[in-house]
Design a binder for this molecule. Structure first.
Ligand code: KG4
Ligand code: ZN
Length: 466
């Protein structure tokens, strides 16, 4: 039992420093089998050094109690992009608090996320955001069962701020720590709001940096049916909004959605991306170019904010916004239709399509995808908008899901130096699942550079070694 507590996540190297785990450590790690009772850490007095080898020999977790899932209380920390978020969630799914600090002023100033500025902004507010999450939950860190934190994919500089804070807190209060995949968190938060949602199910994850169509077989086991070969849909919304002179302070998506309601969606004939590719991948770079050309031909000056545009100018911008949105979402609809067909071949029992990620907070997107899902006799599960955009709840909840499977890391040393986290294995480019072999894209530009093995392959390899 003792060795099993070091658990899969340690074995998965989620939080190990970049140099590989010493043999002595890896050989003592065993995966904890799924169980209804959750082990709780007691004092780990011996973890008082920065040295990895010392860590390996001093891994002597003890249990002071066995707690049920309902008694778990997990803090989730998210800093992978431009939102600094924290939340406290109970094992039964009760959200005890949720705090998000967004970098609205920076977004408006730079028209996008500037990593160095974003890192600085995260650093300035992280302590306050975490404290507020604890205060709102009427708890102190002493009451927590574990800390979950996003370790990838995302901007390294930004991820580091969250990981540093999580390790400091976990070290000081002797708490286990769970490294979270940002896109898995977007997906699994659907299981918090829809308790009937069981594996296997499908998910379309649409955000600023990712477009993913996946078949979720099981916790930690995902098949990637499609991904973007260039830009994600959120990036296309943001750029279009910027070129139309919209207010970027809430990010471009919401502003564009609002303006599109004034326009005629059929007025500009943008072509739907990737019609000739009979797969489930996405591309938004070409649509962006089409939008830019339309903006030029309508003599729209992005330097003139929409609030100062003439009524004729405003109408043109609204028509472009609506036409862009129609085609951008049509692309999602077409890919989902095909993905459902593929997924049913693999898992005929599928009943749900989850749609999550920032862009899923868009009402037009939700309505169109609801139509696709109904046509295919499935049910749509779409978290409320606040849980679609980046948040700490999804991180805490995904932490709870993995913790219950015994996947977590032991508490970091209490006196770990802040700079030590620089050496940690953050995963800026980290696939969620393995690509569906029959669905490989013929598209030339598919980016295959992978810095890390996928979450699924790591977890599957570890399960096979049991
Ligand atoms: O998931 P998310 O909050 O952060 C990332 O992981 O990227 O997604 C942010 C993206 C941004 O591109 C933003 O413009 C987009 O989600 N977004 C929207 C809407 N709300 C946020 N896009 C379209 N319509 C919306 N209402
Ligand atoms: Zn996100």
């Amino acid at each position: 039992m003792l060795s099993s507590l070091s658990s899969t996540i340690s074995r998965l190297n989620l939080f190990c420093p970049k140099p590989s785990i010493p043999h002595s450590l890896s050989s003592c790690l065993k995966t904890l089998k799924p169980q209804p009772i959750i082990p709780r850490w007691s004092c780990l007095h011996s973890l008082s050094t920065h040295s990895t080898s010392r860590l390996s020999t001093s891994l002597k977790p003890q249990f002071d109690a066995l707690v049920s899932k309902d008694d778990l209380v997990v803090l989730g920390i998210e800093t992978s992009c431009d939102d600094t978020a924290a939340a406290v969630v109970r094992g039964n799914g009760e959200i005890l608090s949720q705090v998000v600090s967004s970098q609205a002023d920076l977004l408006a100033k730079y028209g996008g996320v500037a990593p160095k500025m974003a890192e600085e902004a995260h650093s300035q507010v992280i302590d306050q955001v975490v404290q507020e999450a604890l205060d709102k939950a009427n708890l102190t860190a002493r009451n927590l069962s574990a800390v979950a934190v996003t370790i990838g994919p995302g901007l390294s500089l930004c991820l580091r701020v969250g990981v540093r804070k999580a390790r400091k807190l976990a070290g000081s209060f002797n708490l286990p720590i769970i490294g979270i995949h940002h896109m898995e968190a977007h997906c699994l938060v659907a299981r918090l709001i829809e308790r009937e949602l069981e594996f296997p199910f499908m998910a379309l994850l649409i955000s600023g940096g990712h477009n993913l169509l996946i078949l979720a077989h099981d916790l930690g086991h995902y098949i990637q049916l499609g991904t973007t070969i260039d830009d994600a849909i959120g990036e296309a919304y943001d750029k279009t909004a910027k070129w139309l002179g919209l207010d970027m302070s809430r990010s471009g998506g919401p502003a564009l959605e609002e303006l599109a309601q004034e326009g005629h969606a059929e007025s500009i004939k943008f072509s739907t991306p990737m019609k000739q590719h009979r797969d489930c991948n996405f591309s938004y770079a070409g649509l962006k170019t089409q939008v830019r050309l339309a903006i030029g031909s309508h003599n729209i000056n992005p330097e003139i904010p929409i609030s100062s545009a003439s009524s004729q100018d405003r109408r043109s911008r609204a028509d472009i916004a609506a036409s862009f949105q129609r085609v951008a979402v049509l692309h999602l609809e077409e890919r989902c239709d095909r993905a459902i067909e593929w997924a049913r071949k693999i898992e005929p029992s599928i009943k749900h399509l989850v749609v999550s990620g920032g862009v899923a907070s868009n009402q037009y997107v939700r309505a169109r995808l609801d139509h696709v899902v109904k046509k295919n006799n499935l049910q749509l599960v779409c978290p409320p908008p606040k849980l679609c955009t980046d948040n700490g709840v999804m991180v805490a909840w995904t932490g709870i899901e993995h913790f219950c499977m015994g996947r977590f890391d032991p508490p970091p040393p209490a006196d770990e130096h802040e700079d030590y986290v620089v050496k940690y294995d953050l995963r800026p480019r980290w696939p969620l699942g393995e690509e569906y072999a029959e669905g490989r894209s013929e598209a030339r530009s598919l980016r295959t550079a992978r810095i890390h093995p996928s979450l699924t392959s790591i977890i599957q390899a570890s399960l096979q070694q049991q």
